[in-house]
Structures are given as structure tokens and as C-alpha cells.
Design a binder for this molecule. Structure first.
Ligand SMILES: [Zn+2]
Length: 757
């Protein structure tokens, strides 16, 4: 739901303003007669409740026909207002708050109306942080909003937030690090807006700060994403987020009310419109210049990115992302070139692996393309708020060449349609990307018996690697052949027909190494306190909206009583399970479940539970801090921030060596790139399968604090421990990170369906 605010004349010609503004982006028209477009977004975090209240107040002011000042602004300014980006989160918070507060609000910070229960209202329905999703667009709210955003392309965008109650208010200019693509103009104008906001805050005696905490690097925020798309993108942070209710006593003894909070956001909103209106011409000119420079590829090392893989589905997933971000791609006409090969880190001749796409670094959206594709992000300051590495080739597991020349790019040929196969003995389904995982889940839901090869085989001179899915008549209902093909076609995966179970080389279909996927696998996940809601949400969303396979959520508090009899796979999301570690009954219950053939999948800190209690065979890595000398304990108070950074890894890319003969790594080459974040590290399993490990030279890109860097060597990334009749699958990193880490998704499918058969 958007509100458009303008003079009657501008509202009448709104569609022509929109198309002319897009022509400005595309370089096909000038700025003449165009208003500046200011887009105000509120309440992306649902429990930061003052922003939607502020949007109403601001709308009221802007709609007042007698307000001369506003009338003047609207002459050259069109405002687009999104009053609530995250309606589900806001509902969750507001309904909860209203049910907690009494007749009068209680400002004592200790009372229950200031202590939101799990999962809190910050995230959306599936517990995703929508302010981390702008570029990836995994969530429905983002997808719908971005369609509108791309049709409008504002010159100024503000994302209204709330921070801790003692904040007090933050506005632009942003903190370091800034991504190096951010232009001088974008930096300067942040300053101008900040000074105008400060004028009003000073006048009212309201406190604020600038240039601290909120940096401009990670591309999926409501400030950076618009910035990488030519706008002045900003975050405004009012004190109060998630706790303040109608009023709360702050550390300085004053009471902060909802009215105060809304008033501050109202003030900065109007101030932003004022300063944008006053700079309309310059804003439009610089905005247009931004895209002109983008089309020249100004400042970019690589003028073309070429990606290649033997798997069409992998490339399709990446194409979806590019399309959602309006980044154009095509095919190279001449494949005789050299480029920086991301996986080897060397300059190499291009080798086409079967399918490829080329992305021009000299297109309208090349700045965003560069941010998403450059192999290493330059980080000028280590104190950042989020992950520092996200290069798409690592995220999608697709080989990429960064090419310094501008290559000739033509339109892609239409991909070959999935061809039908006559009835026969069986069907082979290649197992090389998450798309094959989706096919598997769909077959399982239709009760089709699916086999998978634990050893490679050759049929009609073609070799089929481990993991290849096999569907044959045995054990399957009539119509299995057509049904299997239909499912493959729906997922754009080409099956191969076979006429016999006798293979030219390797295992035959009756071989003991041709395993059957357990039918009707029932998956459950622990949720609620003490799980991390974002982690639980990622898994929930993964099953429901991506894999389309049912999952049951069980509250952790109900686990002691819950029957696990009909469950085959139990997932423990990231979380702090310390209470269970001290609960012998609970630990015995989990062990019993595994001993009897169940499977536990434990993520990140959930593994600590097994490492600290019950002797499961996994151990934390010894935290032997190296000898730093006798004065190591003498730290300088003023350096605390720096000290924190040096012992943290917010998110960096590491290479994992994979044992792809183990089913957990089927469908992968012998390596995988993972996102390493803060959290405990684990030793190699002594008595289990170390399927993925980070060795001494595993570091790839992103900021890693000096103190942590040493510890991130020779650690377990993923492994499988057999225990009685069941197993425990460990993921020390999150393979489903924000559900945009595309190449981790098949690992999760393997963990659920293939391991332990
Ligand atoms: Zn926020």
C-alpha cells in the first residue's frame, strides 16, 4: 500500500512523471519539467512502532491545503509513502503490546509491556528481517515492493527505524565503512540533509547523533540498496525499538513517549522533503549522471562478468535474482578471452562448461551489479554492522570470470524445452542443484519411490555421478512414469530414460549401493525460546515456500512432553540450548531418538549442546589464546570498539573442502563456499564423517578480526555422526543464510533425505 502525495497537477500527470523519470534512469530523456521523487518507508521492523504513527502524522501535514510551506515543496516534489513495509510484524507487536498494557501505560522498563516474547515483532511472518532482503527478495513483501520501487526509482529514500531506548536519534550522514561505489555527491548530500535535520532538532532541544554505527556497505538494506541504485538512501533511527510501548523511562531518567518518537520521525521526514525540494534540480542532474556513469562502467575494474556452469538450473536461479534487480544479461558471441577466475583466484582463459551468461559492467544497473559481483569488497573500516562478503559466484556456486574488457554481449538463445520420454524401464534425474532437490521433495510428496546412486555408473557412454536419482517401476504405482516426468518438467529438470537396470559400468540398479530414499519422511523443527527466531524462520520458510515440503514446528518448552515417535528428522536451529544441556531427561530423550533411527540436524550454536553434554562425539575447538606477552591484559578503554572488531567475524566467505563421496555432499564438486560468522568452532570429528572442513588456507574474502582469523583453521564445517541406528548432522555454518545463500540449499536437502540410508 503506497500513498502518492503531490499537487493536483502532478497527481494528474503521475504516469507521465513516472515514465519520464524512468527515461531519465535509462538516459533517454533529460530532467526538464520533472519533479524530484522522495520515497519514505516506514516500519520495516514491525516492533519499531513509532514510524507508522509518524507516517500518518506526516501524511496529515502534507495533505493540508492551507500549509503554504508544504504547497511550495509539492510544486517540484512528489512523495511516495509506504506507511508499513512489514504489516505482519507490526500486527504481532501492537496486538501483543495492547494485550499487555493496563489502563495507563507503565514506564518502568522492568514491567512486562516492555519485554516482548519470542519471536518479537521485528521480523515478518516467516521471521525474516526485511531490512536484509532488499537485493535478495526472498520474501513476498520485498518482491511486491521492489516491483513498485523499480517502476518509480526515487532520488531520495528514507527508511524509518527505531534503535535502543537510549539512542536517542540517528540520522545521516552515515558511519564508515562506505562502499567505494558511493559517489561524492551521495556523500555530500547526506551531509546536507543531516544538517537540515539537525537545525530542527537543535531548535527543539532534541538530542541526536550522526556518522556513527549505521554504515553503508551490505547491499540489502533500505539505505544501501537505493544508494546503489542512484538515490540518496538513508536510515533514520529513533530511540525505542521493540521496548518503549506508549512510554518508558530511559537511563537519563526522562520518559520517552510514543508521541515524542513519532514527532521526531515526523520532523526528519518533513525536513528531508524540504531539503530535497530545495535541491530538486541538482538531485535530478546527479541522479541522471549516476546512471550515465554506470553505463560507462566508471571506476569498475571489470567491464564484463561471465558465469559458466554445466547445470542450467543453477544458472536459472541466478538469472531470477538478476531479473528481480533489473540487471541485464546475455551471452558472449566470442568466447576467446581471459579473466580473473573467482574460484582459482587466477587470470585464466575462459572455458565454457556448458551454459553461461554474461553481465555487462557498463549497463544502467552496473553499480548494483558491481557491488553484487565484485570478488572482494573493499572495507575501509572494520566496525561494520553486517556481513562483509557476498559475491554472487560464491553464493550460487557458479564459476565466474571478471573480464577487464567490454565484451560483445548478444541476446541469449531460448533454452531447450524439456523433452518427453517414452514409457520405459526407468528414469534418471540428474542431481546437481537445488532444483533437483525440489524434484525429489515433490516426488516424495506424491509417494513415488526414489532411489539414489551411492556410487557412480555409466549408461550409454554417459557417466552419472553419485546422487543421481533413479525412479523405476518396482514399488511404484501405475502412472509413475508420467507423474515423474510431469514433476521434472514443472521444475525444468531434464530426466533421462533408461531401458534396463544393467549399466555399462559401475553399479546396476539392483546394487546395494543403489539406496532408496526413506518414504514419507516426517520433519519437525524445534522453535520458540531458546532458538534464534531468524534461524527457525529460515528453515520454516525453506520448507514451506522453497522446498514445498511439510514441516512441524514444536516449541522447545513442549519438547520434554512431545512424542517423537512419528518423526524421522528433528531440526535444531541456531540457539542457546544451555537449559537442555543440564536436563538429563531431555538429553536422554534426544539420544534415544537417534539411537532408534532418528536423525537430528543441528545448526551453529545448537551443536554446542552436543559438544557440552551427553558425549555425542563432537568437541568444541580448544580456545587456546596464543601467548600475547605479559601485558596482553592491559587494554585501552578507548580501543574497546576496535578490540571487539578484532575478535569478530560478522560474515566472511571461506572455502570448505568437501568429501563429495558422502551423501551429505552429493550434487557438489569437492568444494563449497560458506559464510562464516561469529559462533563456536568445532574440532574434526574423531569418530564420524568430516564431510566439510575448513583447512588452513580456507579464507576467501570479507573482514575477519585478527584474533579470530587464527582460530578459523582446521575446523569442522559440516559432518555426520552415526549413533545407534540414527545420525546427527552438524552444520557449523548456516547453509540457508537469509535464504539467499543459494548453493547451501541442496546440502540441507541431502541432510534431510539422503544421509543415513
Ligand atoms: Zn529497524
Amino acid at each position: 500500500m503506497l500513498a502518492f502525495i503531490g499537487t493536483p497537477e502532478n497527481l494528474q500527470r503521475l504516469e507521465s512523471i513516472r515514465t519520464n523519470n524512468l527515461a531519465l534512469v535509462n538516459g533517454s530523456a533529460g530532467t526538464r519539467g520533472l519533479p524530484v521523487i522522495v520515497w519514505l518507508s516506514y516500519n520495516v521492523h514491525g516492533n519499531e512502532s513509532s514510524s507508522t504513527e509518524a507516517s500518518l502524522l506526516t501524511l496529515h501535514t502534507l495533505a493540508d491545503p492551507n500549509n503554504q510551506q508544504v504547497n511550495n515543496w509539492l510544486k517540484n516534489t512528489v512523495i511516495i509513502m509506504d506507511p508499513c513495509i512489514n504489516p505482519d510484524g507490526r500486527d504481532r507487536y501492537v496486538n501483543w503490546y495492547n494485550s499487555m498494557a493496563g489502563d495507563q501505560f507503565n514506564p518502568d522498563p522492568n514491567v512486562r509491556e516492555h519485554a516482548e516474547p519470542w519471536p518479537g515483532g521485528r521480523s515478518n511472518h516467516y521471521y525474516f528481517d526485511l531490512n536484509r532482503d532488499w537485493a535478495w527478495q526472498t520474501q513476498e513483501e520485498t518482491r511486491q515492493r521492489m516491483k513498485m520501487y523499480n517502476q518509480w526509482m526515487p532520488q531520495v529514500h528514507v527508511d524509518f527505524h527505531e534503535q535502543s531506548i537510549n539512542g536517542p536519534y540517528y540520522f545521516a550522514p552515515a558511519a564508515q565503512p562506505y562502499h567505494e561505489v558511493i559517489t561524492k555527491w551521495q556523500r555530500d548530500f547526506q551531509q546536507q540533509i543531516g544538517k537540515n535535520n539537525a537545525r530542527y532538532f537543535d531548535k527543539n532541544g532534541w538530542l541526536f547523533y550522526t556518522k556513527q554505527r549505521y554504515d553503508l556497505l551490505y547491499p540489502s538494506y533500505g539505505d544501501t540498496y537505493p544508494t546503489y541504485n542512484g538515490a540518496i538512501g538513508m536510515t533514520y533511527e529513533q530511540a525505542g525499538g521493540g521496548r518503549a510501548g506508549l512510554g518508558i523511562i530511559k537511563a537519563d531518567g526522562d520518559t520517552l513517549t510514543l508521541v515524542d518518537r513519532a514527532l521526531h520521525h515526523h520532523t526528519t521526514g518533513l525536513s528531508t522533503i524540504e531539503v530535497s525540494s530545495a535541491n530538486q534540480e541538482k538531485l535530478l542532474k546527479e541522479f541522471s549522471q549516476f546512471f550515465d556513469d554506470a553505463r560507462k562502467g566508471q571506476g569498475a575494474e571489470y567491464k564484463t562478468y561471465v558465469l559458466t556452469t554445466s547445470d542450467a538450473s543453477k544458472l536459472n536461479a541466478l538469472k531470477d535474482l538478476l531479473l528481480r534487480n533489473e540487471i541485464n544479461f546475455g551471452a558472449v558471441s566470442n568466447s576467446n578471452f581471459k579473466g580473473y577466475q573467482y574460484f582459482s583466484g587466477k587470470e585464466e582463459n575462459f572455458v565454457n562448461e556448458g551454459y553461461h551468461i554474461a553481465i555487462s559492467g557498463t549497463q544502467t544497473r552496473s553499480v548494483l551489479a558491481r557491488v553484487l559481483f565484485e570478488p572482494t569488497t573493499v572495507v575501509t573500516d572494520s566496525n561494520t554492522y553486517d556481513i562483509t562478503a557476498w559475491a554472487m559466484p560464491f553464493v550460487y556456486g557458479i564459476k565466474c570470470y571478471g573480464v577487464k574488457e567490454k565484451l560483445d554481449i548478444r541476446a541469449e538463445e531460448q533454452p531447450a524445452a524439456i523433452t518427453a520420454i517414452n514409457d520405459g524401464y526407468g528414469l534418471l534425474i540428474p542431481y546437481t542443484s537445488f532444483q533437483s532437490g525440489r524434484v525429489l521433495a515433490a516426488l516424495m510428496k506424491k509417494n513415488i519411490k526414489v532411489r539414489f546412486a551411492e556410487k557412480p555408473f555409466t549408461y550409454q557412454t554417459k557417466e552419472y555421478p553419485r546422487g543421481t536419482l533413479v525412479v523405476i517401476a518396482t514399488g511404484n504405482p501405475t502412472g509413475w512414469h508420467q507423474l515423474t516426468q510431469d514433476i521434472c518438467r514443472q521444475h525444468q529438470v531434464q530426466p533421462v530414460g533408461v531401458e534396463t537396470g544393467f549399466m555399462d559400468k559401475g553399479i546396476d540398479f539392483g546394487s546395494p549401493e543403489m539406496k532408496v530414499v526413506l518414504p514419507d519422511v516426517k520433519v519437525a523443527m524445534v522453535s520458540g525460546d531458546p532458538t534464534v527466531s531468524l534461524s527457525a524462520g529460515e528453515i520454516w520458510h525453506f520448507f514451506e515456500r522453497q522446498l514445498n515440503y511439510p514441516i512441524s514446528l514444536i516449541n522447545a518448552t513442549d519438547m520434554p512432553r512431545a512424542s517423537l515417535k512419528n518423526i524421522q528428522v528433528l531440526i535444531l536451529p541456531d540457539g542457546n540450548y544451555r537449559a537442555w544441556a543440564n536436563d538429563k531427561g531431555m538429553m536422554e530423550k534426544l539420544k534415544e531418538f537417534v539411537r532408534n533411527g532418528g536423525k537430528i540436524i543441528a545448526l551453529k550454536s545448537a551443536i554446542s549442546l552436543m559438544a557440552t553434554a551427553g558425549d555425542w562425539g563432537i568437541r568444541m575447538k580448544d580456545d587456546k589464546s596464543s601467548d600475547k606477552g605479559e601485558y596482553a591484559a592491559l587494554k585501552k578503554y578507548g580501543d574497546a570498539e576496535f578490540e571487539n572488531a578484532s575478535s569478530s567475524v560478522e560474515g566472511a566467505i571461506y572455502k570448505v573442502e568437501l568429501d563429495n563421496t558422502h551423501p551429505l555432499a552429493f550434487g557438489y564438486p569437492n568444494f563449497y563456499y560458506t559464510l562464516k560468522q561469529n559462533g563456536p568452532q568445532y574440532d574434526f570429528l574423531r569418530d564420524g564423517w568430516n564431510v566439510g572442513v575448513i583447512k588452513k588456507d580456507g579464507y576467501q574474502s570479507g573482514f575477519v578480526g585478527a584474533l579470530v582469523k587464527n582460530k578459523l583453521k582446521d575446523v569442522l564445517s559440516m559432518g555426520v555422526q552415526e549413533f545407534g541406528a540414527g545420525q546427527v548432522v552438524y552444520f557449523a555454518e548456516n547453509p540457508l543464510f537469509r535464504n539467499f545463500w543459494e548453493n547451501g540449499k541442496l546440502l540441507f536437502v541431502n541432510a534431510v533425505f539422503l544421509t543415513g540410508r
